[in-house]
Design a protein around this ligand. Structure first.
Ligand SMILES: NC(=O)c1ccc[n+]([C@@H]2O[C@H](COP(=O)([O-])OP(=O)(O)OC[C@H]3O[C@@H](n4cnc5c(N)ncnc54)[C@H](O)[C@@H]3O)[C@@H](O)[C@H]2O)c1
Length: 269
């Protein structure tokens, strides 16, 4: 505890981690982000932060004894740091869910959590409705489809550039159709939501994915449609960007905050 507050640490100190820390500080509640595991390269930038301890090695973070660690960094950080933490008994929330498209990493994380008697929590991130998918799959899901839509500029620097001419898109152009396994491999920077839907529903092979460039919209939109023995549902989100990083949705940062509260709350809602 820090002044009676929970002793939390983040991995990465970019847009989401800073937003999370500022939000907890504003609310003055039970939580404080007081340490960050950062790479040597961005330590200088991070050092300006008040009352924060910056660490460069997962073992130093374990020695710091956090109540909970929150990964807001990258797929690589999930691979390199999270199994070590879980094995040491430190429960961790991750937001770079796309890393779990790798089945070997999923097995490694599960084994580490079992060995350390700790827990790995996946923040829902930029998507919603995962509770419905998880419940519905118990009775059998016959189909799950995810449609991700962004303005053409937001697809620059991705494989979309080789699949369509983004500069000439004037309406809605679907440039990718396939399954979640292919989508995660071809679009690693956009894999977080795809992976979250696949993991909550019918897996990477069976989840159908369409990716769309829409010149008329300015927000990132996510639509999930599912059918099964439970009935069917369709959920659609239009996400505002996070001020500190327009590539990240505000909802993704809020979902981490909520995951932390759920972790400590005696009543999990
Ligand atoms: N689940 C979702 O829906 C969702 C939505 C948006 C972003 N994300 C993921 O969240 C993560 C953070 O997003 P952000 O907007 O804060 O990004 P950001 O680029 O602003 O910040 C990430 C920070 O982490 C640092 N970092 C990267 N790898 C690291 C490592 N191995 N060890 C320590 N630090 C490391 C980077 O240098 C950077 O400072 C990204 O992986 C992104 O893909 C998930």
């Amino acid at each position: 505890m820090v002044d009676g507050r929970k002793r939390l640490a983040v991995i990465g100190f970019g847009a989401m981690a800073r937003n999370l820390r500022a939000s907890f500080r504003r609310s003055g509640g039970a939580f404080d982000i007081a340490a960050a595991l950062v790479s040597e390269a961005n330590a200088l930038n991070a050092a300006a932060e008040d009352q924060m301890q910056f660490l460069h090695d997962p073992l130093a973070l374990i020695a710091w004894k956090p109540s909970l660690v929150i990964e807001c960094a990258s797929h690589g950080a999930v691979r390199d740091a999270v199994p070590v933490l879980l094995r040491a008994g430190i429960s961790t929330v991750i937001v770079s869910i796309g890393s779990l498209a790798d089945p070997l990493l999923r097995s490694e994380l599960e084994a580490a959590a079992v060995a350390g008697n700790s827990r790995l929590t996946l923040a829902s991130g930029a998507i919603g409705g995962l509770d419905v998918l998880r419940a519905a799959r118990l009775a059998g899901l016959s189909s799950v489809q995810y449609v991700g839509t962004k303005p053409p500029a937001a697809w620059r620097g991705t494989a979309a550039e080789t699949l369509c001419d983004l500069s000439s898109v004037s309406g809605r152009t679907t440039f990718f159709e396939g399954n979640a396994e292919e989508a995660s491999r071809l679009f690693p920077k956009n894999a977080n939501v795809t992976a979250a839907v696949a993991l909550a529903g019918i897996g990477f092979q069976q989840t159908r994915v369409s990716l769309v460039a829409d010149a008329q919209g300015h927000l990132n939109s996510h639509q999930v449609t599912a059918c099964g023995a439970f009935g069917d549902f369709k959920i659609c989100l239009h996400n505002e960007p996070l001020a500190e990083n327009p590539k990240t949705s505000r909802l993704a940062a809020l979902s981490i905050e909520q995951a932390i509260m759920r972790h400590f709350d005696p009543i999990e809602m």
